[in-house]
Write a protein that binds this ligand. Structure first.
Ligand code: KIV
Length: 304
């Protein structure tokens, strides 16, 4: 199977093949996503919610993102990995954005980056990064880094003016070179119109079935998100229940002295331990110098 790269997004769009993405934040999740045949993984700043327990993504730092991206690249070395630029890592200046995208690629090992919005600065940055050889995914609709300006986590683009603005933003992102655009929480009709109007691939999360691909948060797909599941998500596995049952079996086995068993245990000749006890007692009694325990070449005391 040929490797999925930045250029595969547009090819899949042209061929009408669906692009499958999910998020991942650590090596174990990345391994699972790659084994499942996911086309591309986003190391989303949603790690602020899923991993760090914040209510929003705003506190997430570049260091959080770089470390998670590097872990995901380790777990899924054959998968296309996108690193997310967190809040205020690119909104203050073009230079910040270029530098921090560089960190995600150089230190994290990402093959592409994602950023939110289509402000003049964001558009300049998408253009500058693209010219510098960095594939960029845009993100429109419900952009969580702007949750305060949006007045909460609400569906976007519901009236004609908002829908027109979103279409203009999507076309602007495509024009400056975005390789794909995530459309989050917008009506399916608007997502379909955007998908038809732009050359680059569109990726839905809560934007209906007519985008070129889909992305979902790992924890929402695997039933690891606690009691809350967003309306646009679905548990394809009940990981939370399976893991709780497994850990509960573990706790019972330890309490019942059924674990660890012979399979998990290493043995040594009991004589070795008798000798060790003799040596420890000699040390505690002051009969030998502590130096003897640091230099394996020095002779051990004889058993008394
Ligand atoms: O951070 C994230 O997980 C995202 C997805 C919701 C697209 O941006």
């Amino acid at each position: 199977m040929s490797r999925f790269t930045a250029t595969t997004f547009a090819r899949y769009k042209d061929q009408g093949k669906r692009i499958v993405m999910c998020t991942a934040y650590d090596v174990a999740q990345a391994r699972i996503a790659q084994a499942a045949g996911i086309d591309a993984i986003l190391v989303g700043d949603s790690l602020g919610n899923t991993i760090l327990g914040y209510d929003t993504t705003l506190p997430v730092t570049m260091d959080d993102m770089v470390r998670a991206t590097a872990a995901v690249v380790k777990g899924a070395p054959d998968t296309f990995i996108v690193g997310d630029l967190p809040f205020m890592s690119y909104q203050a200046s073009f230079t910040d954005g270029m530098y921090n995208a560089g960190r995600l690629m150089k230190e994290g090992g990402a093959a592409a980056v994602k950023l939110e919005g289509a402000s003049p600065l964001a558009l300049d940055l998408v253009e500058g990064l693209t010219e510098a050889g960095v594939p960029v995914i845009g993100h429109l609709g419900l952009t969580p880094q702007s949750v305060n300006a949006l007045g909460g986590f609400k569906t976007q683009g519901k009236d004609a003016l908002a829908a027109a603005n979103l279409m203009i933003d999507a076309e602007a992102l495509a024009a400056v070179g975005a390789m794909a655009i995530v459309l989050e929480c917008i009506p399916a009709e608007l997502a379909r119109a955007v998908t038809e109007r732009v050359d680059c691939a569109t990726i839905s999360i809560g934007a209906g079935p007519d985008c070129d691909g889909e992305i979902q948060v790992f924890h929402d797909l695997c039933g690891l998100g606690g009691d809350f599941t967003p309306r646009h998500a679905h548990h394809f596995a009940e990981g939370g229940e399976a893991l709780t049952a497994g850990l509960s079996d573990y706790a019972t086995a330890v309490r019942d002295r059924a674990f660890p068993g012979e399979d998990q245990t290493t043995h040594v000749d009991p004589q070795v331990i008798s000798e060790a006890i003799t040596q420890v007692e000699a040390l505690l009694d002051g009969r030998v110098s502590p130096d003897l325990f640091e230099d394996p070449d020095k002779s051990r005391p004889e058993a008394s």
